[in-house]
Design a protein around this ligand. Structure first.
Ligand code: MLT
Ligand code: MN
Ligand code: ZN
Length: 298
C-alpha cells in the first residue's frame, strides 16, 4: 500500500507569519508560540517512490528541503515526476520559477490554467526541452505519476487576483479552479485547496470519501475585515468559510468523509492557534487542522 500524502504547506497565500502582518497569529508565530506554516502545497505518491507535487508555492525551495522523500537520489535525479496546479493564483504557481534548474518533469493543468501561464512570459524559464506541459480535461482520468492516477473536476471559484476585471464572478464553475481526485497504491484522496461554495455536485462527489484535503482559508467570512486587515470577505476572494450555516464544517456534517483535513489556511484563521476555541470546535466536528510536514497514509 504505497499511497501517502505529505502536506508541504498548510497556509494560504502569505503564509504564517506573513512578512508584513502584525495580526495576533502572525505575532505568535514569529515568537515561536504557535507553529509557522508555509504556503499551499501537497506532495502525493501512489507507490512510495515517485511523487507529484500539487501546487508550486513560493515556499517550495524550503518545502523540498524539509521533505526527505523528495530529496535528490542522484547528481541530478529527484523522485518528483510531475507538478499539477489547481488554479493560476500566485501562491500556487510562483514556485514553478524555483523549479527551473533544467530538471525534467511534467506540468499538468487544464487548458484554462495553461493559458494563464502562457500569458506570463516569465514561465518560459521552465525550459520546454525538459518540462513537458500536459493539458488535462475535466473528468478525464490520467496518470499523474507511476502508480498514481488523478482526475480533475470543476470547483466554484474565480480567476486569479491579477486577472480580475471591473466585475468579478466569485463562483465560476469551469477550468479556472479545479479539485483533484487521486487514486493509487491502495489509497484515494480529494484535494480542494480553493472552493467558493459546497454545491450539490461537490457534495455528491465527496460523499463517503476516505480522505479530503479542503479549503480552510477563513473561519469567519469577514474575519479579515474585523481584524482591520482589509475590506475583502472570504466570498469576495472565492473562499468558503469554516464556520456558519453556509460554512464547510456545517456542509460536511452529513457527508460521511473518513478524514477531513483543512489546508490553505489564512494567517488570520484562529484555528491556526492550537489553544483557540475555534480549533477545538473544528476538531470536535472531526476535522484535522493541516500543518507543514503532516503525512497521511490514506
Ligand atoms: C487566494 O487564494 O485567494 C489567492 O491565493 C489570493 C492571492 O492571490 O493572493
Ligand atoms: Mn491562495
Ligand atoms: Zn497575520
Amino acid at each position: 500500500m504505497g499511497f501517502r500524502a505529505h502536506i508541504l504547506g498548510a497556509a494560504a497565500g502569505g503564509g504564517l507569519p506573513q512578512w508584513n502582518c502584525g495580526c495576533e497569529n502572525c505575532r505568535l508565530a514569529r515568537a515561536g508560540a504557535i507553529p509557522a506554516q508555509s504556503q499551499s502545497s501537497l506532495a502525493v505518491t501512489g507507490n512510495g517512490n515517485d511523487w507529484a507535487v500539487l501546487n508550486a508555492s513560493p515556499d517550495i525551495r524550503h518545502q523540498l528541503t524539509e521533505c526527505a522523500a523528495l530529496h535528490p537520489t542522484g547528481l541530478r535525479e529527484v523522485p518528483l515526476t510531475s507538478v499539477l496546479v489547481t488554479n493560476g493564483d500566485i501562491d500556487h504557481v510562483a514556485g514553478l520559477l524555483t523549479l527551473r534548474e533544467m530538471q525534467s518533469f511534467t506540468l499538468f493543468a487544464t487548458a484554462g490554467i495553461h493559458d494563464v501561464l502562457a500569458q506570463n512570459p516569465i514561465f518560459a524559464a521552465l525550459n520546454d526541452k525538459v518540462v513537458t506541459r500536459r493539458t488535462v480535461g475535466l473528468g478525464a482520468p490520467f496518470r499523474l505519476a507511476p502508480g498514481l492516477w488523478a482526475e480533475l473536476f470543476p470547483v466554484p471559484g474565480k480567476v486569479p487576483l491579477y486577472l480580475e476585471g471591473e466585475t468579478v464572478e466569485t463562483d465560476l464553475v469551469g477550468e479556472q479552479t479545479v479539485g483533484v481526485h487521486l487514486t493509487g497504491g491502495g489509497g484515494s484522496a480529494f484535494y480542494i485547496p480553493g472552493c467558493a461554495m459546497l454545491n450539490d455536485d461537490l457534495r455528491a462527489r465527496l460523499h463517503a470519501a476516505p480522505l479530503v484535503f479542503f479549503d480552510g482559508t477563513l473561519w469567519h467570512d469577514d474575519e479579515m475585515v474585523r481584524a482591520g486587515l482589509g475590506d475583502k470577505t472570504g466570498k469576495r476572494m472565492g473562499h468558503i468559510s469554516m464556520s456558519g450555516p453556509d460554512g464547510s464544517i456545517a456542509g460536511f456534517a452529513g457527508l460521511k468523509v473518513g478524514k477531513k483535513v483543512f489546508v490553505h489556511m489564512n494567517n488570520t484563521n484562529p484555528v491556526l492557534n492550537p489553544s483557540s476555541p475555534e480549533r477545538a470546535e473544528a476538531e470536535a466536528a472531526g476535522w484535522i487542522i493541516g500543518q507543514d510536514g503532516m503525512e497521511i497514509a490514506s
